[in-house]
Design a protein around this ligand. Structure first.
Ligand SMILES: *[C@@H]1O[C@H](CO)[C@@H](O)[C@H](O)[C@H]1NC(C)=O
Ligand SMILES: *[C@@H]1O[C@H](CO)[C@@H](O)[C@H](O)[C@H]1NC(C)=O
Ligand SMILES: *[C@@H]1O[C@H](CO)[C@@H](O)[C@H](O)[C@H]1NC(C)=O
Ligand SMILES: *[C@@H]1O[C@H](CO)[C@@H](O)[C@H](O)[C@H]1NC(C)=O
Ligand SMILES: *[C@@H]1O[C@H](CO)[C@@H](O)[C@H](O)[C@H]1NC(C)=O
Length: 364
């Protein structure tokens, strides 16, 4: 009798499996994690008793070339895997450049000049609109660097989901040590070596977080967020962060505060301006300098920063952005406070390329 039930149950499970297998076959769900002898290669695979030959292996590696970073993990599975990876990079040598874009990266050629000759010290991740499937030429560092993406609405929780997706994917590479979020209108202000050293040697993360007493700051706090989040905890900051591995890990691990924000941070509260600044203030205020390294010009007033055009791109302007500020870096006064800048119109590509040699020095 017991045997009969067992056989019946096995049969039913088998049947159920069959119904999910067509999708599984194509994109198997991934269950086990294996570490390869190469510290930065991380493999997920699944073997099925029904189809022992199915063992699709997905490698997350340090490669910036045509290595497959595509996978079929759900957001929950992805975060779960990312939470299992070491908090301390085993071979901390790379900066993860995470681009949150809608479609094309209009300044791609400028970024390519920036990355040239620095293979092995960076990795690139692109989150685009899910229906966007253009790939640049296979010689590009951006080739095959899209991660499985979902639809994003500006200022909504889906935007934070995209940021978490980028962080979780980038955490899977054990050699990523710093994680920078960039938009399609961002540019690097210095050559790779300078930016790399600036970020890798910084003792804090550059996630901006401050208390804005105005209506557009504290005014967006909702009492219903209490007692988990009080007005005293409430912070604002730029969306464009740079975090170290430890803070990246903390961010993707949060469920509590995310949930409160998702429920109560509704317009005119924008999650991308308040969630991370408040979260970091609550859980690890010791890990950030509370400032961003991405320069933005808000001097025009209004809710959108200045957009720079072709005619604005001059040596004087770039140098002003590079050296026109005062801050402290690792506790010492510094003129270099920003290493990235936005917002640059696609028509700035030509003048930027012409100035690339001046901006980046004589790269090898
Ligand atoms: C890259 O693309 C070119 C032209 O489309 C093709 O000939 C070449 O085989 C590709 N190389 C690789 C490594 O895929
Ligand atoms: C970085 O180090 C300096 C000097 O030790 C210290 O003053 C500063 O608070 C540190 N910053 C962070 C974010 O840890
Ligand atoms: C950042 O702000 C928090 C409070 O919001 C504070 O505890 C922390 O010391 C600040 N960090 C630095 C480096 O100033
Ligand atoms: C930065 O500091 C220098 C010297 O301490 C000062 O002359 C300059 O005006 C300051 N710049 C800004 C933007 O505060
Ligand atoms: C990068 O820029 C720095 C100045 O920021 C310069 O000293 C260095 O020579 C440049 N490196 C290369 C490889 O051009």
């Amino acid at each position: 009798m017991v045997l009969l039930v067992f056989i019946l149950v096995t049969f039913i499970i088998d049947r159920c499996k069959t119904t999910v297998i067509p999708k599984d076959l194509y994109f198997p769900r991934l269950t086990t994690v294996t570490k390869t002898p190469y510290s930065s290669v991380f493999i997920f695979h699944r073997s099925s008793s029904r189809f022992p030959s199915i063992n699709r292996v997905i490698e997350f590696t340090d490669s910036t070339g045509p290595m497959d970073i595509w996978h079929s993990l759900s957001d929950e599975e992805l975060v779960e895997k990312a939470m299992m990876v070491p908090r301390v990079a085993e071979d901390p040598k790379k900066v993860a450049f995470m681009f949150l874009t809608r479609r094309h990266l209009p300044l791609r050629l400028f970024w390519e000049k920036f990355f040239e000759g620095h293979d092995g010290l960076f990795s690139i991740y692109l989150h685009t609109s899910p229906d966007f499937n253009y790939e640049p030429p296979n010689s590009s560092v951006f080739y095959n660097r899209r991660i499985p993406s979902k639809f994003v609405q500006w200022g909504k929780p889906t935007m934070i989901d995209a940021e978490r997706r980028l962080l979780a994917n980038a955490l899977l590479d054990f050699s990523n040590q710093r994680f920078v979020l960039l938009s399609e209108s961002c540019i690097p202000l210095f050559n790779f070596t300078t930016i790399y050293n600036y970020l890798m040697n910084a003792n804090g993360s550059f996630l901006s977080s401050f208390d804005d007493p105005r209506k557009i700051g504290r005014g967006r706090y909702n009492k219903r967020m209490g007692p988990t989040i009080t007005l005293k905890d409430w912070r604002k900051g730029s969306q464009w962060f740079e975090v170290n591995r430890e803070l990246a890990h903390e961010i993707i691990s949060d469920k509590t505060y995310y949930h409160v924000f998702q429920t109560h941070c509704l317009p005119p509260c924008y999650m991308d301006e308040h969630y991370l600044p408040t979260l970091v203030n609550k859980i690890r205020p010791d890990l950030t300098t509370n400032t961003t390294v991405t320069w933005t010009d808000w001097s025009g007033g209004g809710s959108h920063p200045m957009m720079f055009m072709k005619k604005d791109i001059t040596k004087t302007f770039i140098n002003e952005v590079r050296y026109g500020s005062n801050c402290t870096y690792n506790g010492v006064n510094s003129k270099i406070c920003f290493v990235f800048a936005r917002k640059f119109h696609p028509n700035t590509l030509d003048p930027l390329l012409k100035m690339a040699q001046k901006i980046f020095g004589f790269s090898p």
